[in-house]
Write a protein that binds this ligand. Structure first.
Ligand code: GLC
Length: 430
């Protein structure tokens, strides 16, 4: 069975967008040691309550987040409505376990309004897992998995009632906030963990949930983590190195990436990725016909802390000059040189240079196919030559002969000071 319903109607805007922002925020942001802290440290409800009681996201500024996303060239933004800890960021009618009850704020409403105001598409991340709900059966990743009386605790739990809660909440989210463009369900694990059964599509009634999602939001794009085919697939902190194919057909994919390995704010985790590496990951995604969604985890007060802000600013600087090599671009039918990768948009071919060559870069198969070339960052002309293909005796002062059909670019010796230098090649008609 095909994994996706990837059709231009379903995923057209998403392919065009190519770059999105993920926002993981909740009471776990206050613990500041990963959004899985409740599971990792086996924290029970009573102990976790301290975060709920002290939750005060006074610096959560959705307008600021949305502006930062747009500036970074992101075209959609996805917020955690509820993570695995069960704490909800909107005013849900079926629970008091929400920001609305705790601090009087519907953060989902704030987010949706701000993201739309910046002209971006709006998405929700919604956790299928729920470590707070009293009917959610304890499994191998649940914080209570090692409680001495697990069997007794589980005997009164009823996934049917939890399902009704899950479905009711999804209906609220998809009926109260206008058009929602994307739904990122998370996640399905129908295998044993720690000797306890996981949870599969039947636990969520994924078929019904997906049908409801589509009925309430006909244009929505849905990921594949309900454990049944959706519209796109979601490699997790993994960069595919080729287009993804299912049943012989190319499918939409989105690499989900963190700044430092954690989705929720993690104060002491300093493993931040280099902005240049993130730009290269984005380029690599587009060159393989995929997207990248990059996460920020606002801190315990809801602020985008300086390290995260710094990365977003660097990406913004790069995207301001290079967005047209990303938005609406995709793979190119040419073999790139060892120095980089290509993206293609219409008649413009973009050579993203991952390493800086010394003065010349040779492009196989492009002789006669390029009418003009420039560095995209500053619009400065790049020289085009087709070199001799026969060896020249004593030609120690000239570039070496190149195979037939090779186009040679002449670049400045000094690498332009941008995250990834890009050469824009204007193609002639094929
Ligand atoms: C994983 C993690 C989760 C995170 C998600 C983002 O499923 O469980 O914490 O929100 O990936 O893609």
């Amino acid at each position: 069975m095909p994994q996706t319903r990837d059709t231009p109607a379903a995923t057209g805007w998403m392919r065009e967008a190519r770059f999105g922002l993920f926002v993981h925020f909740g009471v776990y942001s206050m613990a500041a040691r990963h959004e899985w802290v409740r599971s990792y440290e086996e924290i029970d409800d009573a102990a976790y309550q301290r975060y709920v009681d002290h939750f005060d996201p006074d610096l959560f500024d959705a307008a600021d987040i949305a502006r930062a996303a747009r500036a970074a060239g992101m075209r959609y933004a996805v917020l955690t409505t509820k993570h695995h800890d069960g704490f909800c960021l909107w005013d849900s009618a079926v629970t008091d376990y929400s920001s609305a009850r705790v601090c009087g704020r519907d953060l989902v409403a704030e987010f949706v309004t701000a993201v739309r105001a910046e002209g971006l598409k709006v998405g929700f991340y919604h956790s299928l897992l729920d470590w707070h709900h009293p009917d959610y059966v304890i499994d191998g990743v649940h914080p209570l998995r090692n409680a001495p009386d697990v069997a007794a605790l589980n005997s009164g739990r009823d996934m049917g009632r939890y399902r009704a809660y899950l479905h009711a909440q999804v209906k609220e989210l998809l009926t109260s906030y206008g058009q929602i463009d994307l739904m990122f369900y998370d996640f399905t694990f129908p295998w044993d963990r720690g000797g306890m059964p996981g949870k599969g599509p039947e636990d969520w009634d994924s078929a019904e949930l997906l049908a409801t999602t589509r009925a309430l939001q006909p244009g929505i794009v849905v990921n594949n983590r309900l454990g049944i085919p959706g519209d796109y697939v979601t490699p997790e902190q993994y960069q595919p190195d080729r287009p993804l194919v299912d049943d012989g057909v190319e499918i939409m994919w989105e690499a989900c990436q963190t700044l430092n390995g954690s989705w929720g704010y993690h104060r002491d985790n300093l493993e931040f990725k280099d902005p240049g590496d993130l730009a290269r990951m984005l380029v690599q995604s587009v060159s393989n016909n995929g997207n990248m969604i990059l996460n920020v985890g606002p801190d315990g007060r809801g602020n985008i802390e300086p390290r995260a802000r710094g990365v977003l600013n660097s990406l913004a600087d790069w995207m301001r000059l290079h967005a047209r090599a990303i938005h609406g671009a995709g793979p190119a039918p040419f073999t790139p040189p060892a120095h980089g990768v290509y993206t293609l948009r219409g008649d413009r071919l973009y050579l993203h240079l991952f390493s800086w060559p010394f003065r010349h870069v040779h492009l196989p198969g492009l002789a006669g196919r390029v009418e003009y070339a420039q560095l995209l960052g500053d619009g400065s002309e790049v020289g085009l030559d087709v070199l001799d293909s026969t060896p020249q005796p004593h030609a120690h002062l000239s570039p070496l002969p190149q195979p037939e059909g090779t186009l040679t670019l002449t670049l400045p010796v000094t690498r332009p000071d941008v995250l990834v230098p890009v050469v824009e090649l204007f193609l002639t008609e094929a």
